[in-house]
Design a protein around this ligand. Structure first.
Ligand code: CU
Length: 381
């Protein structure tokens, strides 16, 4: 093919392409499409961003894109981790327990104790208040940072979805979190006349609440057998072993239905009360239910003495984040509740500071609203 042929062919193609008739879109179709699109956008705005997830991605409030981190850590349910990942987490917790404490709070000998000590000292100010969930979110994050920076942990904090154990129909003690090798060990030694962490099980049964679980003594198997602690139990400062009293009578407060019924609550005020439980509610809810189901140290102000504290609270934190995700536009910045346990009450605001004492600098509630932001940088699987 010579140059003339090429130019003639090109010219022909050009001529052909300009001569091909363009499909004409009828004007009535353009008008109809515009109306349908506008209606969808309006509907989406009115009924919430979570309502049409398949059509629109979850939006972020204007200006927050730069607040989101690029590669958030993925917090997984304990049973979805590989055995290797489980051992990495357990090893990191044991490492924290070997490092000397820095808080100088009463009784805190190790870095692990530091966290229990701050929780004990803060306990009267961080429960049954508006910042209950934000404070614990930040507390878990600071603990996760310590595991990473001081113990070389490269994973993400796992969580324990106890509703899966309830749904299985088996005893809680058969949960993978209580595995003696790839878990946190099982129940405490059975104490015959154990009357509960508060010596009040007899009263609780009489009041028609729940019968106590067996155990009550030291955890005897697994990586935390004879795990020595110095803060607690409760407000005491005593060298003691990690204790548990696993209580299957608490299962009814930890079922999938109890998690599901939190989701439709429309205000943060209802949500925070319903997730936390007694004494504001008359019977247990998922927060106090999980603490009492494990029992022993986990049931007291010194509950971070049990490594399961972090997995239990991580699941509560996931439930809060899931709840926000149900209606992102109205729930993300919804915060309420008293800022103190005792009067005169003032409602917390987004500028309320979450005090971690010497563990970490304070941050505001606003800074922990989104788990995948630059500060927290995690999501839940
Ligand atoms: Cu707490």
């Amino acid at each position: 093919m010579n140059m003339e042929d090429v130019s003639r062919k090109t010219e022909k193609q050009t001529t052909l392409s300009t001569e091909t008739p363009r499909p004409r879109v009828p004007s009535w179709l353009i008008v109809l499409s515009t109306i349908i699109l506008s209606a969808l956008v309006a509907l989406h705005t009115i009924i919430g961003f979570g309502a049409l997830p398949g059509i629109f991605p979850k939006p972020r409030p204007v200006g927050t894109e730069s607040r989101l981190c690029a590669r958030p850590a993925i917090r997984q349910e304990w049973r979805t981790l590989s055995n290797e990942q489980k051992l990495e987490y357990i090893t990191a917790v044991q490492c924290l327990h070997r490092l000397p404490g820095i808080s100088h709070l009463q009784g805190a000998k190790t870095r692990f104790d530091d966290f229990a000590a701050v929780h004990v000292v803060s306990a009267g100010a961080i429960h049954h208040v508006g910042h209950f969930l934000p404070w614990h979110r930040r507390f878990l994050h600071v603990h996760e940072i310590a595991l990473r920076e001081e113990c070389g942990f490269e994973g993400a904090l796992p969580y324990w979805d106890w509703s899966l154990d309830v749904a299985s129909g088996r005893s809680l003690s058969e949960s993978p979190v209580f595995d003696p090798v790839y878990g946190f060990g099982g129940n405490g030694l059975d104490i015959a006349d154990y009357n509960g962490s508060f010596e009040n099980h007899t009263l609780m049964v009489a009041a028609g609440w729940v019968a106590p679980g067996a155990g009550g003594g030291c955890v005897t198997d697994g990586p935390f057998a004879e795990f020595m602690l110095s803060v607690g139990p409760g407000l005491n400062i005593t060298d003691h072993c990690l204790s548990r009293a696993i209580n299957d009578n608490m299962q009814k407060f930890l079922s999938p239905a109890r998690v599901a019924e939190l989701m439709p609550l429309t205000t943060f005020e209802e949500f925070r009360i319903e997730i936390e439980g007694t004494p504001v509610t008359k019977t247990f809810r998922v927060h106090d239910g999980g603490h009492i189901a494990v029992g022993g140290d986990m049931q007291r102000f010194s509950s971070p003495n049990d490594p399961l504290f972090y997995l239990h609270h991580a699941f509560l934190d996931k439930i809060w984040w899931d709840w926000v995700g149900m209606n992102f536009s109205s729930r993300l910045e919804d915060i309420s509740g008293p800022s103190t346990v005792n009067p005169p009450y003032e409602d917390v605001t987004l500028d309320f500071e979450l005090d971690m004492m010497m563990l970490a600098p304070p941050v505001t509630i606003r800074e922990v609203l989104e788990t995948p932001n630059q500060l927290l940088c995690h999501i839940y699987e």
